[in-house]
Design a binder for this molecule. Structure first.
Ligand SMILES: Cc1cc2nc3c(=O)[nH]c(=O)nc-3n(C[C@H](O)[C@H](O)[C@H](O)COP(=O)(O)OP(=O)(O)OC[C@H]3O[C@@H](n4cnc5c(N)ncnc54)[C@H](O)[C@@H]3O)c2cc1C
Length: 453
């Protein structure tokens, strides 16, 4: 099996069909034209079959937990990707409706149906449906991790330390980028009747019936060009101080690439190679790789192998037991979900973090940890705390609804962590206090900054 093929899996036992009008690439997760193994695999299939290539992207206005903030960022990326794909003589069909139904209809006229790989439950179910409905070979190409999830591990891993070596052992094998395939048959005669134009993203969004209560943000513009510019600036200017600067909530020496990774607008392999090639110190590079490879792909492992990844029943047994044992401990102050959402708690640090999330769609990792841990004390039960943290995370953060969202909200409640000395409310789950934040950072400076947003 070649490197390229280790990312590719057949989803059904059929062969390419001679009757198809095109090879279909149903783009879902890898929403980019650059360094996209699914796109290049589909292009190679098109040449093998002697057909043009059609890329399908379906905007689902009812997508779980998505709002105008997420749609705007995603569609800025899709508008750019569409143009880049079309320049190669590929048909880019942008549609509106139910993704699996439209993909099934398009697959009926295809010689081969290719898709990429997202890990959430509904994305896996959509792929299963494609495999069943396609009258031809259906394939999946896994291009949004460095090491494919099953190649990294065949089981649910309990911590970063249990998967780190496994990932590093296979990184060289997988940290390669696909060659760009020249299409031999340009997509000239394919039917565009149902396709949507996207010349103006704001107008496109306005016409959609979506949740507009959370609006777009100025600080993040979607698309591969922006992702590459951020990567370059980070690798040139900031990576060198990542080791020390990463945890600093004020100076924030971080890449801000998580929204781009979430929407597949940049490949993690592209990032990995740029980091490795940069002139930064070895410790800084290793620190970054530990987040972008180990932590991120541990999160993918968590979602892939834990069917309860988005509920308290997916937490480790020891954590559920200890939280349950402390469920009736008195909470110093309890707030409703709405009070929390609108920064009306008794803690100015917490309120500032929530304000930053609401207004910018981003929050620094250390503040996410503090923010989430405090929710455990602000609610009456661990279950309510879990649901509140996950809902706010996914509503406001541009990188929400990601494998990282589920693994990290889980981390607040013990996932990928160990037991700590027992204390009120948290039991043996790690706690964080305002005092800790104050000792380590200029948190008052942070509050001032956030309140001025
Ligand atoms: C309570 C909580 C909720 C979180 N929710 C999300 C979420 O919804 N979506 C999300 O992508 N991340 C989430 N994270 C992880 C992390 O905070 C963000 O990935 C990171 O802050 C994004 O900023 P960055 O790209 O500038 O990070 P950088 O420090 O530049 O890191 C580079 C990349 O490494 C990965 N990474 C960094 N930290 C982690 C981590 N702890 N776990 C997994 N991968 C990591 C991300 O892909 C990130 O883009 C959460 C963390 C916590 C504690």
């Amino acid at each position: 099996m070649t490197r390229a093929h280790a990312r590719v899996k057949a989803l059904n036992a059929l062969t390419p069909s001679n009757d198809g009008n095109y090879v279909l690439y149903w783009m879902q997760h890898s929403q980019r034209a650059t360094d996209n193994p699914a796109l290049e695999h589909a292009a190679a299939r098109a040449n093998e079959c002697g057909k043009p290539l059609k890329v399908l992207f379906v905007v689902d206005p009812t997508y779980p937990e998505a709002n105008a903030r997420h749609y705007t960022f995603m569609l800025e990326g899709i508008a750019e990707t569409k143009q880049a794909v079309e320049r190669r003589g590929i048909h880019f069909a942008l549609r509106l409706g139910s993704p699996p139904e439209i993909a099934a209809a398009e697959a009926r006229n295809a010689s081969v149906a290719v898709t990429d790989r997202g890990y959430l439950r509904h994305l896996a179910a959509w792929r299963d449906q494609l495999a069943e409905d396609a009258p031809c070979l259906a394939e999946m190409v896994e291009g949004d991790v460095i090491v494919p999830v099953e190649a990294a591990s065949d089981k649910l891993e309990s911590a970063a330390r249990t998967i780190r070596r496994k990932l590093h052992d296979r990184t060289d094998e997988f940290a390669t980028l696909p060659d760009t395939v020249t299409l031999e048959h340009k997509a000239k005669g394919l039917d565009h009747a149902d396709d949507r134009a996207i010349d103006d993203v704001a107008a496109f969004i306005e016409a959609l019936e979506i949740d507009a209560s959370v609006g777009p943000v100025d600080g993040f513009k979607g698309g591969t060009r922006m992702a590459m510019a951020r990567l370059k600036a980070f690798a040139d200017d900031a990576l060198d101080a990542y080791g020390e600067g990463r945890s600093d909530i004020v100076n924030r020496n971080v890449s801000h690439l998580s929204p781009y990774l979430h929407f597949g607008q940049i490949s993690p392999v592209t990032i990995y190679r740029a980091v490795k090639a940069s002139g930064a110190g070895d410790d800084d590079k290793a620190g970054y790789v530990d987040e972008m490879l180990v932590r991120r792909e541990l999160a993918v492992n968590f979602v892939h192998y834990n069917k309860d990844y988005d509920s308290v029943s997916g937490l480790p047994g020891w954590a559920r037991d200890t939280l349950e044992a402390h469920a009736s401990d008195e909470r110093p102050a309890v707030f409703t979900a709405s009070e929390m959402e609108h920064s009306k708690t008794d803690d100015p640090y917490w309120n500032a973090a929530m304000r930053e999330m609401r207004l910018t769609g981003y929050l620094h990792n250390h503040l996410r940890m503090y923010w989430g841990k405090r929710i455990i004390t602000y609610t009456n039960t661990p279950g309510h705390a879990y649901r509140t943290a996950l809902a706010l995370n996914n509503k406001y953060l541009l990188d929400g609804r990601d494998c990282n969202s589920y693994a990290n909200v889980g981390w607040l409640f013990g996932v990928h962590d160990r037991g700590w000395p027992e204390r009120e409310i948290f039991g043996k789950v790690r706690s964080m206090t305002p005092g800790g934040l104050k000792r380590k950072f200029d948190v008052d400076g942070y509050v001032k900054w956030a309140n001025a947003l």
